[in-house]
Design a protein. Structure first.
Length: 243
């Protein structure tokens, strides 16, 4: 092959690589448009109330099979939304956990609630619809299982496990109830605030953390303590244990 022919072949190869990069870039942009349109619509109306066709139209796509092409099914689209957001949120939580560990002290509920909350507030401040989408997912049993099975929740699981461990002085059923109250309150509150389109400042974050830490760690009332003891002494068949 002559030098001219070799140069021509190299030019064609370079041109082909450039076209491939452009196709990938265009395809990635289309994929993200679909993900973000779906996230917004699911967050507004719920997963079951939104059709694939509505998502396609909201993303400005003409081809009727575009969602099937990129995601396969609606479940594939849900997984893609989670991957799109949770990778960043998981990384932010991992950084906050590393900061907590760097203090070399015992875990406390306030620091761990902040690690749970701060990445979600960052998402709201980026004008993303993820919090509203997540709330809708966790209200639906099937999509809750999908969320819990995703691979991007390592740091989130660690935060929840360590936060639950700070409640070791509470009866286990009370700790579970309070953790559920915490998560429900966080998602409902942030979803409502995201609709207000007002930035959530560090001061507001601290206010929320204080309130949720107080709820989570409050001592039991005498009435609730009595019920917790009665429950712990009652086996599954409904008869009270003796002794």
């Amino acid at each position: 092959m002559s030098a001219a022919e070799s140069g021509s072949a190299q030019s064609r190869a370079a041109a082909g690589a450039t076209k491939a990069r452009k196709r990938y870039s265009s395809g990635q942009a289309t994929r993200e448009l679909l993900i973000e349109a779906a996230e917004r619509l699911f967050g507004e109306r719920g997963v079951d109330a939104v059709s694939i066709n509505e998502i396609r139209q909201a993303a400005g796509q003409r081809h009727s099979s575009v969602i099937t092409y990129y995601f396969g099914t609606k479940e594939g689209l849900l997984r893609a939304i989670l991957a799109h957001r949770l990778q960043k949120i998981n990384a932010e939580r991992a950084v906050l956990l590393a900061e907590i560990d760097g203090r070399n002290g015992p875990d406390n509920a306030r620091d761990l609630i902040r690690a749970l909350l701060a990445p979600l507030i960052s998402s709201v401040n980026r004008d993303e619809s993820y919090v509203a989408f997540l709330l809708r997912m966790l209200l639906h049993p099937e999509t809750t299982q999908l969320f819990e099975s995703t691979e991007f929740t390592e740091a989130s699981r660690e935060v929840v496990a360590r936060l639950t461990a700070t409640l070791r002085d509470l009866p286990p059923e009370v700790a579970r109830e309070r953790m559920q109250l915490l998560y429900d309150s966080v998602l409902h509150t942030l979803s409502r605030l995201s609709n207000e389109k007002a930035p959530l400042t560090e001061d507001r974050l601290s206010h929320f953390v204080d309130a949720w830490a107080a709820m989570l760690t409050a001592p039991l009332s005498a009435a609730r303590s009595s019920r917790a003891v009665a429950t712990s002494n009652t086996p599954a068949n409904g008869r009270r244990r003796r002794g």
